[in-house]
Design a protein around this ligand. Structure first.
Ligand SMILES: NC(=O)c1ccc[n+]([C@@H]2O[C@H](COP(=O)([O-])OP(=O)(O)OC[C@H]3O[C@@H](n4cnc5c(N)ncnc54)[C@H](O)[C@@H]3O)[C@@H](O)[C@H]2O)c1
Length: 381
């Protein structure tokens, strides 16, 4: 089977869908890989490394049987795909209705990495987790860049510096990685989430669990949190306004699938923080967890720096691509038969669950609802 790897075109997208190390393994299993010239360059992966690994570097990435991308294709790119094309990528099924519509209209069989069911068998394909890990790690470093303090306790001849106090709100994949990273750097870390299973995970990383009453045990479907009621939201904001006061760094990662990010930090809570504190809001793409967040910007409000990076995983393109490529390789494994030929078995829950468009139709329920809810031209990102 032939797999094409185009160069990513979205501004700031420095990742690439397959890396040479993975291409080598795929070539050994008789996959043919064609890479658009320069596709790996933003991730420091040169064309020569792809050639050495067994890929062809040249034209034809868009016309391969399967096209593997990171970001969703633009409308010009979708026009380059043939009607029988299979596409893999972060396609934003719940947030990019225009992309979904264009893929369906183009007859493309599209698999969204976000829609892969989060079941044990699909763990190796879980790109949401692999990229959240990268973002969680980087968020801690980003906070450090904007903070005039050390993370660890330092005992020096000039006196002792106390450790920084870090609070992580939302302890899913990104949050737990942020907690682990801040701990490694010597900070005193607390973590918070509405799901009850999380307290133990936070504590197993050597952090304290911040126990709040509001929204406690707000489990939703599929291991995710549910959206809180208006009353719960108000109570949570008010408890957090008190709790947040003593922290130097607050990293927020709270999300509810398909919904705007929950507002955890009210403007008043920012006002109550110590001057020089830093908030890194990883939920900016969904509107932000802090009322004063400006997505994609660094702003200073009430002497607190609020950083809202977008597509943070793309700022660590080498390892982010390497992890993503392994997720893609694993997904490709369920899209082929024993002879390595393309074989889409829609009785397989991974194949069926990840597919968003097929035979000119939108076949993913969430994607269909998102297109029905938004008129043409309604993409959120
Ligand atoms: N393969 C698998 O089985 C698999 C893989 C990954 C994740 N999961 C499950 O899904 C969970 C969450 O995954 P994710 O990190 O992608 O989630 P996510 O990115 O959707 O959300 C991040 C975190 O925000 C939390 N959150 C939502 N609303 C909140 C609120 N109002 N206040 C505080 N926190 C709030 C969520 O509970 C979650 O932990 C995992 O911890 C795990 O249980 C399962």
């Amino acid at each position: 089977m032939k797999v094409g790897v185009p160069k990513e075109s979205v501004a700031g997208e420095r990742r690439v869908a397959l890396v040479p190390e993975v291409v080598r393994k795929m070539a050994a299993k008789d996959f043919e890989v064609v890479v658009e010239p320069g596709a790996g360059e933003p991730a420091a992966l040169l064309d020569s490394a792809y050639t050495d690994a067994g890929a062809t570097v040249g034209d034809g990435a868009w016309t391969a049987e399967v096209v593997a991308k990171v970001a969703a294709p633009t409308s010009e790119e979708i026009a380059k795909l043939g009607r029988d094309s299979v596409l893999i990528g972060f396609l934003g099924p719940l947030t990019q209705p225009d992309t979904t519509r264009a893929l369906a209209d183009g007859g493309v069989t599209a698999f969204a990495m976000e829609a892969i069911p989060r079941i044990s068998r699909a763990q190796s394909m879980d790109a949401l987790s692999s990229q959240s890990n990268v973002a969680g790690y980087k968020s801690v470093l980003l906070a450090s860049e904007h903070m005039g303090r050390f993370y660890p306790m330092l005992m020096t001849a000039a006196g002792t510096i106390p450790p920084a106090k870090v609070l992580v709100l939302g302890a899913g994949v990104a949050g737990l990685q942020a907690i682990a990273t801040a701990r490694r750097l010597g900070a005193q870390v607390s973590g918070y989430d509405v799901r009850s299973a999380v307290a133990e995970q936070v504590e197993s990383l050597g952090a304290k669990f911040l126990a709040l009453e509001a929204g406690k045990g707000a489990e939703g479907e599929g291991g995710y949190a549910r959206e809180l009621t208006d009353e719960e939201k108000a109570a949570q904001q008010s408890e957090l306004t008190e709790a947040i006061k003593g922290f130097d760094v607050v990293i927020t990662t709270a999300l509810v699938p398909g919904r705007p990010a929950p507002r955890l930090i009210a403007a008043g809570a920012v006002e109550g923080m110590r001057p020089g504190s830093v908030i890194v809001d990883l939920a900016g793409e969904s509107g932000g967890n802090c009322e004063l967040t400006e997505p994609g910007q660094v702003v200073v409000k009430h002497d607190v720096t609020i950083v809202s990076p977008l597509n943070l995983a793309a700022t660590m393109p080498e390892h982010a691509s390497s992890l993503y490529a392994r997720n893609v390789q694993s997904l490709l494994g369920v899209l082929v038969d024993d002879e390595g030929a393309l074989h889409l078995d829609f009785d397989d829950e991974i194949v069926a669950g990840a597919c968003i468009t097929r035979d000119g139709e939108i076949v993913h329920e969430g994607a269909r609802k998102a297109t029905e809810a938004a008129p043409a031209g309604g993409d959120r990102s």
